[in-house]
Design a protein around this ligand. Sequence first.
Ligand code: ZN
Length: 531
Amino acid sequence: MKTKSERIIIFDTTLRDGEQCPGATLNIDEKLTIAKQLARLGVDVIEAGFAFASPGDFEAVNKIAQTVGTENGPIICSLARARQDDIKAAAEAIKPAAKGRIHTFIATSDIHLKYKLKRTRQEVLAIAQEMVAYAKQFTNDVEFSPEDAGRSDPEFLYEVLERAIAAGATTVNIPDTVGYTTPSEFGALIKGIKENVPNIDKAIISVHGHNDLGMAVANFLEAVKNGARQLECTINGIGERAGNAALEELVMALYVRRQYFNPFLGRPVDSEEPLTNIDTKQIYRTSRLVSNLTGMLVQPNKAIVGANAFAHESGIHQDGVLKNKLTYEIMDARLIGLTENQIVLGKHSGRNAFRTRLRELGYELTETELNQAFVRFKEIADKKKEITDWDLQAIVNDEIQQAPDLFKLELVQVSCGSNAKPTATVTLCTPEGEELMDAAIGTGPVDAVYKAINRVVNVPNQLIEFSVQSVTAGIDAIGEVTIRLKYEDRVFSGHAANTDIIVASAQAYVNALNRLYAWLQNQSKQEQVTA
Ligand SMILES: [Zn+2]
């Protein structure tokens, strides 16, 4: 009989560590949308946030616990520092989940002890033990992390882990917080823990790591070979600084090279039993969703989910692939859910066909959402003959998962050309319901549109990123625009899709401004409360 620990547990921290990177800030609805998709993807644990950090964070974790933390759903986890108030907030937030986890941590490296915590090793030992025991009062499922383990004295690390496990930690997570360790060092660290922590068989060894030197995934795979059974990762590898280990890379490495990894998990070399619970066919869609909602674009050469990951440009490669895919391809694009770009719907498709295809793609929309998306679909089908699955996904992501509709874009009109001054006229409906029109001249049509919008919205901001991508090939393709703008030291992103890239640009900008505006309103509310 196979034991459960032979599978690799996928712990997704896109909504906690991933969301910490500048500009990736998500609102509660967006977090919920991502959490639902993560459940569809089949992750075992969702780290939904850091409940104590703010009321918004608490609410997000709590809502995800309520909606996604069902009996058959993933474990819902909240991070908490090793402090009673932190742990209590985490416990409250995850309460509605059928399976809830508290993840508490304290630093163990001398550099953190001395400069950050100002505590002795003995004090840290006692705190770790006490706080794990405290968390255990609320749930059986307690994870403990010695922060900066990668730079901690191994002997001290063994002692802390032993105490944490004795106090009830069922998972011990080893973070390479600063992304400093090399694969062989990280493997040796895990091996050392397995050999020197006397009660280690009572807990699952987990790993967490950052990609500062581009080694996070390699470190994790080496950790698996040495006994780690839980991997903490994020979609598209987003996260602090250079990001976290990328979920899609870990999962596909464990899939494509399963014969290599099988023996380390005590399986026969040729075992076909999956190493993770992930439904790989959901990978591509999850990647797109996270990229759209966070505004963190995926580089074209990114492993697994980049636009070029399955494209063969060179003549020699194309010839080989046409003769037999295996000549240059180590995996089939369909494995990650990249289907042949089939034409499914057109102008004359009805609501039912639309709804059915969306269901097949895994979208469950409410009646209102479906109506909104259907209106958009009809608009686009008028301009574009053939609507593919990718177009449908762009429409739904765009229409349903959006920032609060404070300012509404009513009209965009531009005039430009080789001998004309780019001029734009826009009409926006304000949050108060007033229609305002303005016009501006710019260096190009998009610049003119942005200047005109700024004259109406009147919130100082700086555009720091603008990118256009086409969803499908062809002259009538849908263009997706992603932008990021800066207000003081905060970054807000906006995303929109349309067959007209000027309209998409305007809408993406309004979406980002709406986020900024919502944030400003929230700030002033908080000031009123504290004043
Ligand atoms: Zn981290």
